[in-house]
Ligand binder design. Structure first.
Ligand SMILES: CC(=O)SCCNC(=O)CCNC(=O)[C@H](O)C(C)(C)COP(=O)(O)OP(=O)(O)OC[C@H]1O[C@@H](n2cnc3c(N)ncnc32)[C@H](O)[C@@H]1OP(=O)(O)O
Ligand SMILES: CC(C)C(=O)C(=O)O
Ligand SMILES: [Mg+2]
Length: 498
């Protein structure tokens, strides 16, 4: 049997049917060009009869795309097929894709047609479409809840009428892999002509089985995969193109097939779709999620640094990413921390690394994401005072828009606890005044500044305090995710210098 898999991308049609994923003409064209670079064999550009905008988008895509077939969807309705033809006629490789439902429930309640009428309509419209374009695809909507006898009958009729591709959609995502395999084999056995055309599948993801069912269909003889980028589509979406493509590439030992997909374009295509629609994939999404090539825990990071194959079955480069992300966080270990320090250009002795590592863990307990700039702060400034005479033990600040701010600061001064309480305009002002009450020193605060030096709302605040004592000036600094704490410690840093 044929070893080639044809990827039929329906992001611009079924994908666009997902709530919130509508695209305008310019956006559809941008994405179509990227799908062409990705190597999609067929790009289903839209549903021409749906709206004037969709019609124009398909026409423009048909005029621009040269390497992929441009398909357009139509009901088995003559006016839909005429619209579809008008939209796609200038394409280098046009395809009209027409469909009608074949399950009892759809025929009886939705179409209000008898099975005989459905077969007749399908046959007539496939014949008509085949008189307009060389390639016509026929889909039996809700095929997987239809009788296999009826499918065999309608498929044979439309194949004789000119259909070159027969699609067996799992429209409502009802199949399981074993059942789908048996189902397709049964239809193939009952049909006279199905094996003379390309069998396609179109699996929805209502039970999370879109990709698994597509692979089961491959085993049963399907050679066209209908799928979408990021798995978008009606309801729970369609089988995800990037997952299917990477399964074929990564498990060639199991699936010995060829495809035209340029996997190195996957990441770019996924990002483009998300930025156009504003619908982003979850971080743990297979292949294209932000965490798909990221490692935070120490044991995994150590393994990755020793040999990336310990924890990655695909390379980030194979989907077009530059590198694996080593995320530093509270689960990270010394190996990854040392590697990060080196990559930031610091050459530290082992005991300095250990000291910085302790500070890093302390910070990681307070902060969700540790950025490179956080590490730089740890390495250049430290995050806490060490063996100083004046040390902060604890502080409490009570503040709100309808109450006066009150701060209580407890210091350790040479091993003795001293507490100061003060109320002033804001939390930092109150805290500084509370410290002044603990100290029996004639100090003047000359300058104070606070800067956010890392990213995010949990950024490190960098406080600088300038004090005058007698005729001399003393500068104190500190960093913390808590700006009041950074301010208190910066003040104490200057006091300790006195
Ligand atoms: C499984 C799928 O993804 S199918 C594709 C789904 N995509 C879309 O529906 C997007 C585009 N659709 C649209 O813009 C509109 O539904 C249109 C323009 C196609 C039709 O709009 P309307 O004429 O207002 O009809 P409406 O959508 O309300 O109802 C669908 C009609 O098509 C009929 N119909 C549905 N599918 C088919 C079919 N495959 N072949 C023939 N007739 C069909 C229905 O029986 C119904 O007929 P009725 O108007 O005589 O009752
Ligand atoms: C139009 C067909 C192919 C479809 O989208 C479905 O059945 O899910
Ligand atoms: Mg669908």
């Amino acid at each position: 049997m044929d070893k080639k898999i044809y990827f039929f991308d329906t992001t611009l049609r079924d994908g666009e049917q997902s709530p919130g994923c509508s695209m305008n003409k310019r956006e559809k064209l941008l994405l179509a060009k990227q799908l062409e670079r990705l190597g999609a064999d067929v790009i289903e550009a839209g549903f021409a009869a749906a709206s004037e905008g969709d019609f124009e988008s398909i026409r423009e895509i048909a005029g621009e795309i040269k390497n992929s077939t441009v398909a357009v969807l139509a009901r088995t309705v003559k006016s839909d097929i005429d619209k579809a033809y008008e939209a796609v006629k200038d394409a280098k490789k046009p395809r009209i894709h027409t469909f009608i439902a074949t399950s009892d429930i759809h025929m009886k309640y939705k179409l209000k047609m008898t099975p005989e009428e459905v077969v007749k309509r399908a046959e007539e419209m496939v014949k008509y479409a085949s008189s307009l374009v060389p390639e016509v695809e026929f889909s039996a909507e809700d095929a997987t809840r239809s009788s296999t006898d009826f499918l065999a009958e309608i498929f044979d009729k439309v194949i004789l009428a000119g259909a070159k591709i027969i699609n067996i959609p799992d429209t409502v995502g009802y199949m399981t892999p074993d059942k789908f395999y048996e189902f397709i084999m049964e239809v193939r056995e009952k049909s006279k002509y199905l094996d003379t055309v390309t069998i396609s599948v179109h699996c929805h993801n209502d039970l999370g089985l879109g990709v698994a069912n597509t692979l089961a269909a491959l085993k049963a003889g399907a050679r066209q995969f209908e799928c979408t980028i990021n798995g978008i589509g009606e309801r729970a979406g369609n089988a995800a193109l990037e997952e299917l493509a990477m399964i074929l590439k990564t498990r060639k030992d199991v699936y010995d097939f060829e495809s035209n997909i340029v996997t190195e374009e996957i990441s770019k295509t996924s990002n483009l779709l998300s930025s156009i629609t504003g619908v982003y994939v979850q971080p743990n999404k297979a292949i294209v999620g932000a965490n798909a090539f990221a490692h935070e825990s120490g044991i995994h990071q150590h393994g990755m640094l020793s040999n990336p194959e310990t924890y990655e079955i695909m390379t980030p480069e194979s989907i077009g990413l530059k590198e694996t992300k080593m995320v530093l966080g509270k689960h990270s270990g010394r190996h990854a921390f040392r590697d990060k320090i080196k990559s930031l250009g610091f050459d530290l002795k082992e005991e300095e690394v250990n000291e910085a590592f302790e500070k890093f863990k302390e910070l990681a307990d307070q902060k969700k994401t540790i950025y490179d700039s956080d590490i730089e702060v740890i390495l250049t400034r430290g995050i806490n005072g060490e063996d100083d005479k004046y040390k902060l033990k604890r502080f409490v600040v009570n503040s709100g828009n309808t109450i006066s701010t009150m701060a209580s600061v407890l210091l350790d001064i040479d091993g003795k606890e001293v507490e100061g309480i003060a109320s002033a305009g804001g939390p930092i002002d109150s805290a500084i005044r509370a410290i002044e009450k603990c100290l029996d020193m004639d100090i003047t605060l000359e300058d104070y500044s606070l800067q956010s030096i890392t990213e995010g709302t949990d950024a490190l605040g960098y406080a600088t305090v300038k004090l005058r004592y007698g005729d001399n000036h003393y500068l104190g600094r500190d960093v913390s995710v808590d700006v009041v704490e950074a301010s208190i410690n910066a003040y104490l840093d200057a006091v300790n210098k006195i």
